[in-house]
Design a protein around this ligand. Sequence first.
Ligand code: XMP
Length: 513
Amino acid sequence: MAHQSIIILDFGGQYNQLIARRVRECGVYCEVKPYNTPLPELKALKPIGFIFTGGPNSVYDGAAPHVDQAIFSLGVPVLGICYGCQLMAQALGGRVVAAQADTAREYGKTRTYFDTGCKLFQGLPAEGISWMSHGDYMEKIPEGFALAAHSDSCPNVAIADEARGFYGVQYHPEVEHTENGTAMLRNFLYGVCGAVGDWSMGSYKQAAIASLREKIGSGRVLLALSGGVDSSVCAALLAEAVGPQLTCVFVDHGLMRLREGDEVEEAFRPWDIDFVRVDAEERFLNKLAGVTEPEKKRKIIGEEFIRVFEEEAKKIGKVDFLAQGTIYPDVIESGAGDAAVIKSHHNVGGLPDYVDFREIVEPLRLLFKDEVRALGWELGLPDYLVARQPFPGPGLAIRVIGDLTKEKLDLLRAADAIFREEMAKAGEDERLSQYFAVLTNMRSVGVMGDGRTYDYALALRAVTTDDFMTADWARIPYELLDHMSTRIVNEVKGVNRVLYDITSKPPATVEFE
Ligand code: XMP
């Protein structure tokens, strides 16, 4: 696809994805590549600039990651951030040392003074807060470089060699706490690298459609459609590119929210595609009957999903391409991990190894979530599909604690619908990342009318988060909680108590199971 690109060389920093998102928000395409990607591979992408990220190492450690020195002879501008800055400084003849306490080691918000004559800071305020996190210090900056920013404790917060287009900053421009961080990145992209801002979802859509047509030719494509944002946008894109050759299989496992299955069908039935809705509620509920252990539920649902999908694929016959809604954070994060398995996430989008197909197509592979949404709107998908909250693959099975029955699921569906309706009416949906109801398996005594009840306690959960790795419980007005609680207890038979979850993640998780 013909657009300019920036390469972000990844040295293992925590905020690398955020750098990439910021660059794209500035209208410039970028890709994150491992620091040791061979130079010819990087050159082939014809980058207009490089950004070296931060990282946990010290450049003077023998085992610390380095770059191919020849990168500095390509005539392509470089912006080094934190570790990336120190790495460039050392590679070009400077000296980096461990900062002594109270000298130039800096963490957190730091008042910084900028040289606005430097291209990086042109047009920006001469003073501002930057977010620092470095224990190393550039004792000597390389020849050809000038100081471009300082703080009260550190003389070289930014360095610049304007002739060669090499810049380094010790702070993190990509984090929110840094004032004018994105504006500085924009200066680098447009003022130094000569970006023209040719990354937009409109142009991406056209280019993606053309390349899908070329790749797929007259082949047959199969997509597992869950109704989630990624698979919905993937379906819409493929429909526009190769509609008559596409089959979308929507496995309705009976664990969806109220009317959700019908909504997915209503959204996709009119498209010029083969849309298959498999009503698999009974077989899922049979498999899940009596199962209380969360991980076991997840495994059963994952396996059963594959079985149903496989059966449908066999009916369709020969499939050339299996489409998946993989998105860029999945790509960047894959291989990252020996992190402990907290929950085995089941994503109904990704099912590579059970259908006889030639190749996988992943048309969203290079997009961030907000870009996927923008593409969804560009393709004319309705708001309720594009702007929807994340919904776990195992659905309501992990929101009914313990043993699952259709009655419990129906009860939860009814209560959850009231919760979501009232939250949306109050405008809370725009502020919150995710909210839903959970049916606990606790029953307690209540009194309704003149009689005793012994019914379920329903929990409401609402969180705010940037990335779902951590989350804070949402502060909802008491009056709204009161109103929702009253409605739920009055309208949903079987619930006599409503609880609001005031636990963050960690120590809790977003979902209950
Ligand atoms: P937890 O409960 O792990 O959830 O804090 C974090 C986010 O992930 C969603 N989630 C899932 N999504 N398949 C998915 O596609 C799953 O199995 C799954 N489990 C949790 C959860 O809704 C929240 O947004």
